[in-house]
Design a protein around this ligand. Structure first.
Ligand code: ATP
Ligand code: MG
Length: 249
């Protein structure tokens, strides 16, 4: 039997206070794919990503995670599916009072019965993956924006998820840090995790990390396909977005 897509959305709607943010969005994320979701500010990218990760429920439409319809899952089954995913929040969302080590160890302490030695090994392995070995005892306040993002990425990876959801991983970073984070995400594909959705409004970055792209505008995807296909789109809103007219950081 064909392996179920990691994420599948069919005709998903989401409304907040009479504002129809998503108006019938469909997508398929097969294993081994990195999908970049792009669109202007406030267009619903974060809402869409949270829906894909099972963190928010849709008003209408169907969402499948690892082949399971999330609407039909009990809380416990949902939690065990979520454990197979990693989420990198738009703001790094680190615990300010916890050290770098404890921030990355947190999901292991919450969701596994690993020994202290195994936790230490795992945390050090993923701090190395994100290029931050030796930062164990630092507090979030002592980190640069780029380092915070990388700690957030290490925390999302530490449970060895099958898919990672990145929300604006380069936003707010200077070009050097943005490139470091971009290279890191591109590298993850060949090792730690080969399936991802990356929300971004940075077209250059999306070109670098994705093999599928989708542009969200007015509650729907206006263009989907390979980066080359999306760049060739003649849809006015897509052209305007790619030309920078609908973008802002
Ligand atoms: N929990 C919520 N309650 C009410 N409205 C919400 C909620 N979450 C999102 N919205 C609204 O949905 C719309 C889309 O928000 P979302 O955060 O997904 O945008 P975005 O594309 O991620 O924007 P940005 O590029 O600024 O991060 C906004 O109008 C926002 O106010
Ligand atoms: Mg957002």
């Amino acid at each position: 039997m064909r392996e179920a897509p990691v994420v599948e959305l069919r005709g998903v709607w989401k409304t907040f206070d009479h504002h129809e943010v998503l108006r019938g969005v469909s997508l398929v994320l097969p294993k081994g794919t990195t999908l970049a979701v792009m669109g202007g500010s406030g267009v619903g990218k974060t809402v869409l990503l949270r829906l894909c990760a099972g963190l928010t429920r849709p008003d209408a439409g169907e969402i499948r995670l690892f082949g399971a319809n999330i609407e039909q899952l009990r809380e416990e089954a949902m939690l065990s599916l979520r454990r197979r995913t990693g989420f990198v929040f738009q703001s790094a969302a680190l615990f300010d009072s916890l050290s770098v080590f404890e921030n990355v160890a947190y999901p292991l302490r919450e969701h596994t019965t690993l020994s202290e030695g195994e936790i230490t090994e795992r945390v050090h392995r993923f701090l190395s993956v994100v290029g931050l070995p030796g930062t164990d005892s630092l507090l979030p306040a002592e980190l640069s924006g780029g380092m915070k993002k990388r700690v957030g990425i290490a925390r999302a990876l530490v449970l060895e998820p099958e898919v990672v959801f990145f929300d604006e991983p380069t936003a707010g970073l200077d070009p050097t840090n943005a490139r470091v984070v971009g290279e890191l995400i591109a590298q993850l594909r060949s090792g730690v995790c080969d399936t991802a959705i990356v929300v971004t409004h940075d077209v250059e970055f999306a070109d670098m990390v994705s093999d599928q792209m989708a542009i969200l505008h007015d509650g729907r995807f206006e263009a989907t396909g390979t980066p080359e296909e999306v760049h060739r789109s003649t849809v006015p809103a897509v052209q305007a977005f790619l030309a920078g007219e609908l973008r802002e950081s």
